[in-house]
Design a protein around this ligand. Structure first.
Ligand code: AHR
Length: 704
């Protein structure tokens, strides 16, 4: 056998290999240095009507197309019930406002409720009625009381008298006597009608005028939860029945009338969000100049809300109106961050700065007054009439949304005009600009007339890009504007994000948190997604992949990204603790075609990310570590300048076997954080961080 080493050669080999043996990554938290302040409202929520976020989502209304305006051609979500010998039909009435046939006129309730549904029952002898399928089903739970309400009137089929100069009716209804007065049955039942989960009756009075009826429907204790159910209003008597504003509410969060879904509010409450950015996003703007969020027609009784053209392919009911947004903030102790419409619409039109824009600045000032004015102001008094005399606290107003898309260059002038108008009346309000930042969209334009105090930057990227740019804010100019990261997300996984996205998110969040003196607010987007998939006849419920919280009619769940948000905001101090890392492992992404074309090879980037903060009241330290590698990482931790430590702490870890792992509506808790106790914490200690994991280590002090 060949002798491989001489004695001195072996010693040399051992010396080299021992020194080549990878050193543990080491994190030194330097408590002798004063770190930056952590913004109190660093983490908040961003919301808009996308993916059925409100209608078919947070807003608890269960009836889809309750005022029959969703589709001018067909009573979408409604169907006819016809059983036994009954002969009946349904038809939309006055669906096309510019072309209402004579025989369909005279049925509007008011200027908002102009379209209704007619049920014509010309032969009795069985049940006839209308059924609503809800938003992908009506959720049925045991022992639950639902509040149903609707407008109805019943008449005969006599033609409405018309003047000689008016057009003759194009359709004549069969002669049906007015036999409509009497009981009308209202039920929540299985889709085949065989199981009635809850039912009641109203006594329809004989009248040719609209009347609103309300009743409570309660399910039995032994009902199994299901969403294979529909809402039905039916009769056994002949006649012509008209319906409008049909509504069904389950119990809501804090029992608010016209309120929110309880499970979704609980998920949000657990995130402890500091603020709510609303109403968009694109939903603020709308496709055309007249489609902006019409806050004035979202106020007061539902009877006054016509809904409007949304930005995401379906018609919002505006049941989630301005006051509902504010009450949502109140319920979760969030500060509203109001985005006002500033005259740019998604299809590309804009209103020039100057006198033409004045009505828009006036409208924004009215809106701010509705939010913040006392009851002696015009709009504050209106808010009081709507049921909320106390003004809301508002510190930030965003002037538009993503105006980098406006290639006309008009935002500079529009921003200045809004800024001046708002500051003149509300000098303490902070105005957020949507261009001028370093995100690709914001960087398309510059503000030259007014200097922005705060700029909204948006980042939608894959996990690699987030990790590569996790130090994005480390070198921003501290003398310039502050940053609001008003939309950001790692977009991997659909409809909700997967673990890899959550790792990318966490890496990015370490950077925002470390620079929270600069990044004063941030919110992930989009927040919500209804996860119902496309069927042969209907498109899928969502328009945007990779969202934070998913749900169907019955249940909801958080994505791994949701849990990362929750972890980051549940364990956070008020001061950043400077951390130095050495021997940090790296990762290199595979080369792509564009790398080859550019003759550039991908460079290694860190694979371990970290940030530390301290709660200066309790002394608690929070160290967040993101391990994006598929290997455990043994990390040496050095707490420089720390006081007397408790050896016991807490670690919260979210992890998975592979980056693609995810939560779904049928497997909602596959990837969730687990908290456990840790011992052995001292000034210098070693901790193993799991593969594909985000960990928060809470270190407790015995003295501050
Ligand atoms: O979050 C989805 C959309 O992304 C927002 O509506 C818009 O502001 C952005 O382009």
């Amino acid at each position: 056998m060949t002798k491989l080493f001489t004695h001195s050669g072996l010693c040399f080999f051992l010396f080299i290999t021992m020194n080549l043996k990878a050193q543990n990554p080491k994190l030194t938290l330097d408590l002798t240095k004063t770190g930056a302040n952590v913004s109190k409202h660093l983490y908040g929520l961003m919301t808009e009507e996308i993916n059925h976020s409100y209608d078919g989502g947070l807003y608890a209304e269960l009836i889809r197309n309750r005022i029959f305006k969703d589709n001018q051609n067909t009573p979408e979500a409604w169907s006819l019930i016809r059983e036994g010998g009954a002969k009946a039909s349904i038809q939309l009435v006055a669906a096309k406002p510019d072309n209402v046939p004579f025989e369909q006129r005279h049925q509007a309730i008011n200027g908002a409720l102009t379209t209704c549904l007619r049920l014509l029952v010309d032969t009795g002898g069985g049940r006839a009625g209308i059924a609503n399928e809800g938003y992908w089903g009506i959720p049925v739970f045991p022992n639950t009381t639902y509040k149903a309400s609707f407008y109805i009137k019943g008449t005969d089929s006599k033609p409405y008298p018309h003047n000689s100069w008016e057009p003759a009716p194009t359709v004549t209804l069969p002669v049906i006597a007015d036999n409509t007065a009497g009981p009308i049955t209202v039920s929540i039942e299985s889709n085949d009608g065989k199981t009635i989960y809850a039912s009641g009756t109203i006594d329809l009075i004989k009248s040719t005028f609209w009347k609103k009826y309300e009743l409570m429907l309660t399910t039995a204790a032994d009902v199994k939860p299901t969403s294979a159910a529909r809402f039905v209003i039916s009769t056994n008597r002949t006649g012509v029945y008209y319906f409008n504003l049909v509504s069904l509410f389950p119990p809501t969060y804090h029992d608010r009338p016209n309120g929110n879904r309880v499970d979704l509010m609980k998920l949000l409450a657990e995130m402890k969000p500091g603020f709510l950015r609303f109403p968009g996003g694109n939903f603020l703007e709308g496709p055309k100049l007249n489609d902006a969020f019409p806050w004035k027609s979202t106020l007061g009784p539902l009877e006054n809300r016509p809904g409007h053209t949304g930005s995401w392919g379906y018609r919002p009911s505006d049941g989630m109106g301005l006051l509902e947004f504010l009450e949502w903030c109140e319920d979760l102790n969030m500060e509203p961050l109001l985005a006002v419409y500033v005259g740019y619409s998604l299809d590309g039109d804009h209103v020039d700065a100057g006198p033409l824009l004045k009505p828009y600045t006036d409208d924004a000032l009215d809106e701010i007054e509705y939010v913040t004015g006392d009851v002696h102001t015009y709009w504050g008094a209106k808010r009081a009439t709507d049921g909320h005399p106390a003004p809301f606290k508002l510190s930030y107003v965003e002037i538009g949304n993503e105006d980098g898309f406006d290639r006309s260059g008009s935002y500079d002038g529009r921003f200045a005009q809004f800024y001046d108008a708002i500051k003149a009346k509300y000098p303490n309000l902070h105005c957020i600009a949507t261009i001028g930042g370093k995100d690709w969209l914001g960087a398309r334009g510059k503000l030259t007339i007014r200097n922005p105090e705060i700029v909204d930057e948006h980042y939608y990227r894959n996990a690699w890009e987030m990790e590569e740019d996790a130090a994005h804010y480390d070198n921003y100019d501290r003398k310039g504007y502050k940053v609001f990261v008003g939309e950001w997300a790692t977009r991997e996984g659909a409809p909700t994000t997967n673990l890899n996205a959550a790792l990318g998110d966490a890496a990015w969040m370490t950077g925002m948190e470390r620079n929270s003196d600069l990044v004063i607010r941030s919110c992930y987007a989009p927040l919500f997604v209804n996860v119902n998939k496309a069927t042969a006849t209907a498109p899928k419920a969502w328009q945007w992949d990779s969202d934070l919280i998913g749900y169907d009619a019955l249940t909801s769940y958080g994505s791994p990204s949701y849990y990362v948000q929750k972890m980051f905001n549940s364990y956070i101090g008020d001061k950043v603790v400077p951390v130095t890392g050495i021997n940090i492992p790296t990762q290199t992404r595979p080369a792509t075609k564009s790398d080859s074309a550019a003759n550039k090879m991908p460079q290694p980037i860190p694979a371990l990310f970290y940030v530390a903060t301290q709660d200066t009241k309790t002394g608690k330290l929070f160290l967040k570590v993101v391990n994006t590698t598929g290997k455990q990482q043994q990390v040496d931790i050095d707490l420089k300048g720390v006081g007397k430590l408790s050896p016991d702490g807490i670690i919260v870890v979210i992890k998975g076997d592979k980056p693609e792992d995810t939560n779904t509506i049928s497997d909602p808790k596959k990837i969730v954080p687990v908290a456990s106790k840790v011992s052995g914490i001292s000034k210098k200690f070693t901790r193993i961080f799991d593969a594909y994991s985000v960990s928060v280590l809470q270190i407790n002090m015995l003295t501050k």
